[in-house]
Design a protein around this ligand. Structure first.
Ligand SMILES: Cc1cc2nc3c(=O)[nH]c(=O)nc-3n(C[C@H](O)[C@H](O)[C@H](O)COP(=O)(O)OP(=O)(O)OC[C@H]3O[C@@H](n4cnc5c(N)ncnc54)[C@H](O)[C@@H]3O)c2cc1C
Ligand SMILES: *[C@@H]1O[C@H](CO)[C@@H](O)[C@H](O)[C@H]1NC(C)=O
Ligand SMILES: *[C@@H]1O[C@H](CO)[C@@H](O)[C@H](O)[C@H]1NC(C)=O
Ligand SMILES: *[C@@H]1O[C@H](CO)[C@@H](O)[C@H](O)[C@H]1NC(C)=O
Ligand SMILES: *[C@@H]1O[C@H](CO)[C@@H](O)[C@H](O)[C@H]1NC(C)=O
Ligand SMILES: *[C@@H]1O[C@H](CO)[C@@H](O)[C@H](O)[C@H]1NC(C)=O
Ligand SMILES: *[C@@H]1O[C@H](CO)[C@@H](O)[C@H](O)[C@H]1NC(C)=O
Ligand SMILES: *[C@@H]1O[C@H](CO)[C@@H](O)[C@H](O)[C@H]1NC(C)=O
Ligand SMILES: *[C@@H]1O[C@H](CO)[C@@H](O)[C@H](O)[C@H]1NC(C)=O
Ligand SMILES: *[C@@H]1O[C@H](CO)[C@@H](O)[C@H](O)[C@H]1NC(C)=O
Length: 594
């Protein structure tokens, strides 16, 4: 390893000797009175030369590729690489909103905002395509050794490292300026067993799931078993399962009866920041086992596979409900309808239900209410108070209920592929509202969510709600998941929609509205609540406590033990307090202490 100290902007003597370690390679920056140590970027002598990248590529069997943004095929050039390809461009334009197409891509980030809106589809091939906040190189890993070598190279050369599974992250944590990306999408193996006999007390059925397996893909594998199985996963078909989802905790349509996704994990196979292969379960590395279950993505290790409990399939019933401009344009009446619907959150969860909804100005789309182990008449009976109240208040709506022999068939029929995800970008926030807050502040919470649809005259909001209580009827597992989830009633994520044309100061203003206007309303309406690291505000005040509660201090210790140098980075995850992305979203740097 080369040891280079490159000093810019300041004279070396101003850096306190105690913080300059002989190991440091990278830029030392000064902003105001604060000194920062940055990762190694291409404008620095410490950055690997072409020859060094080539030699590295040979150590990973040629799996290294330049990180080419998906839109580059519609532009003549990316830097000095010719990228235009008419057929590929037509295909890309046809799939610009297609989540599966984008998750299959080497580096695509589904939310253009976090790529600096760079290299979007265009009719004019002369429009410049730049790298933006995409990485520089990507390892298309097919073996664990490729991942290990990538982690080692990034650590030794002090490069920004990104683990990318699907590129779905709402908070842009699977893309990073000039990073080395490790793509885990190729790890698609799934193996089922009828009787698990590893560490822990579980002797039932289980599955070993590769890091690259996606939600619907996993559900389908489970459904093909004999007898048919289910696994707790998210509602989105293309979100990964073993990556960000489990490491953030993971809620889903079966969480009210089987807990959070991470509650059901029996064992992890992973590669640490030091490049070591580890197993983490009840017997081996139990601290890492605890932290990987909900302690935050890209924080403790790169997960390569997970062993998880599976459960027998169950009959399920679902209802779709719409209230929108085909029913009424009367805002008061619409708002009343939403209040009645949302105020019953404790009632739905008391029946083990999960409810997914989308709320925007004048439109409520509930798709669906999920009644696990229910048939049509049972679900209608549970939802009777809702329809009685809507009828009593003369709120018009349309509804549709259907029963299915299995959860999987319900999932395939009633859940929709989201398309809004990639149409534009948005700034995200959200809040977990507890059973207590719904009981005490139900109306105020509904008002705050309605407010989030248009918090200022110029802004457009879209909320995505998940009414779920992962503490209902299941013993609470010991892991890093915030205890507040165990008392949750409704978890809603909010979006402030963006056009993609915003200037940097305009983006900062939207972030401010997101945190100080929308976020403030949510926090005030749900004082007993918390927030969810995977679907939350990157500027959440007091994020350590809000995302993890009293568990944060233990997570911080575990992070320091397993990743003392900061090889991994995702904003608002344990131990990242001293790190910031400086220079308008580009360089990742650590603040010097002392
Ligand atoms: C449309 C949509 C629907 C969603 N629905 C749900 C839902 O129902 N329930 C829910 O809980 N969440 C849901 N989410 C949030 C989802 O859990 C997070 O976006 C999650 O981070 C996605 O993980 P990923 O691995 O697919 O994505 P990526 O963007 O590839 O990665 C996300 C983060 O995980 C890290 N990571 C990925 N793989 C690994 C690995 N193998 N080891 C270590 N770190 C890794 C990445 O570095 C990054 O920080 C949804 C998100 C979207 C966009
Ligand atoms: C920097 O430190 C000096 C001396 O302690 C202080 O006077 C000054 O206000 C500080 N500047 C900033 C930007 O914090
Ligand atoms: C890595 O090596 C492979 C196989 O030789 C080659 O196809 C690929 O272009 C190389 N990657 C880079 C970034 O040069
Ligand atoms: C392409 O540009 C890079 C730097 O941007 C430079 O190092 C390289 O030599 C160029 N290659 C060619 C073929 O011009
Ligand atoms: C990000 O976008 C802004 C505005 O379009 C531009 O000024 C800036 O140079 C871009 N940064 C990078 C690294 O592409
Ligand atoms: C297994 O069960 C025993 C007895 O109930 C309990 O003490 C122990 O903590 C359990 N172990 C795990 C890993 O859950
Ligand atoms: C609401 O307004 C739209 C647009 O003017 C109109 O098409 C629709 O019919 C109206 N809905 C009702 C219920 O009147
Ligand atoms: C919401 O519930 C609270 C308490 O349970 C009740 O006081 C209030 O009237 C309800 N509001 C609506 C719109 O149903
Ligand atoms: C409004 O509800 C109807 C069902 O009554 C549905 O067909 C339509 O797609 C909904 N419109 C919107 C904009 O969601
Ligand atoms: C959950 O609610 C129960 C009953 O209201 C309460 O006893 C418990 O302390 C709550 N737990 C958390 C983590 O808030």
């Amino acid at each position: 390893m080369r040891r280079i100290i490159h000093v810019s902007l300041i004279a070396p003597l101003l850096v306190p000797a105690s913080v300059v370690t002989a190991e440091w390679i990278g830029e030392i920056k000064k902003e105001g009175n604060t000194t920062y140590y940055c990762k190694c970027y291409s404008d620095h002598s410490c950055y690997p030369t072409k020859a060094e990248w080539k030699a590295f590529n040979e150590t990973i069997e040629g799996r290294l590729q330049p990180a080419i943004p998906p839109g580059a095929v519609c532009h003549n050039h990316l830097g000095n690489i010719s990228t235009f390809d008419a057929a590929a461009c037509t295909e890309y334009k046809a799939h610009f909103n297609d989540e599966q197409y984008l998750t299959d891509h080497n580096v695509a980030a589904l939310w253009p905002l976090y790529t600096n809106n760079t290299c979007l589809p265009t009719e004019n091939a002369e429009d410049p395509c730049t790298q933006g906040f995409y990485g520089t190189y990507v390892i298309l890993a097919t073996k664990k050794d490729h991942i290990k070598k990538g982690v080692d190279f990034a650590r030794e050369r002090n490069l920004r490292l990104i683990i990318r599974n699907t590129g779905h992250d709402f908070l842009g944590r699977s893309t990073g300026y000039e990073s080395l990306i490790i793509n885990t999408h190729g790890f698609k193996d799934v193996q089922f067993t009828k009787s698990y006999n590893g560490p822990g007390n579980w002797t039932g059925s289980a599955a070993v799931v590769g890091a690259g397996v996606q939600g619907r893909e996993l559900f389908r594998h489970a459904f093909q078993q004999n007898p048919k199985q289910v696994i707790v996963g998210g509602e989105c078909p293309t979100v990964g399962w073993a990556g960000g989802y489990i490491q953030g905790g993971g809620h889903g349509p079966l969480s009210s009866i089987y807990g959070m996704g991470a509650d059901n994990v029996l064992s992890f196979e992973a590669i640490t920041a030091k490049g070591e292969y580890v197993t983490a379960n009840a017997d081996e590395n139990p601290d890492l086992f605890w932290a990987l279950k909900g302690g935050g993505p890209a924080s403790f290790a790169v997960v390569t596979s997970i062993t998880v409990k599976t459960f027998p399939e169950i009959p399920s019933a679902g209802t779709i409900l719409n209230i929108n401009s085909t029913h009424t344009n009367d805002t008061k009446l619409f708002n009343k309808g939403f209040q009645i619907f949302h105020n019953l959150s404790n009632h739905y969860t008391a029946h083990g239900m999960f409810v997914y909804f989308e709320l925007s100005l004048g439109s409520l789309h509930v798709a669906p209410f999920v009644g696990p182990r229910m048939d049509e008449s049972k679900l209608n009976e549970v939802l009777k108070p809702l329809f009685d109240q809507l009828d009593a208040e003369k709120v018009p709506y349309s509804r549709y209920t259907k029963a299915f022999p299995s959860f999987f068939e319900l999932y395939m029929d009633l859940f929709e592929d989201e398309a809004f995800a990639v149409q534009g970008s948005s700034t995200v926030g959200g809040r977990i509202f507890t059973q207590k807050d719904i009981a005490v502040n139900g109306d105020k919470i509904a008002e705050a969510l309605l407010f989030a649809s248009q918090p200022t005259p110029d802004s457009v909001g879209l909320s995505v709600g998940h009414i779920v209580n992962p503490g209902y009827g299941v013993p609470v597992a010991d892991n890093a998941i915030n205890d507040k989830w165990r008392n949750s009633s409704s978890f809603t994520l909010t979006n402030l929609l963006m056009s993609g044309q915003e200037s940097w100061p305009q983006k900062l203003e939207i972030e401010r509205i997101n945190t100080d206007v929308v976020g403030k309303a949510l926090r005030e309406a749900g004082p007993d609540g918390a927030a969810y690291v995977n679907e939350g505000d990157l500027n959440e005040p007091d994020w350590q406590y809000t995302y993890w509660g009293a568990k944060y201090s233990r997570l911080l210790q575990i992070r320091k033990k397993w990743d003392p140098e900061g090889v991994f980075y995702a904003k608002t995850t344990p131990g990242t307090e001293d790190w910031s992305v400086l220079d308008t979203g580009t360089k990742l740097c650590k603040r010097a202490r002392g």
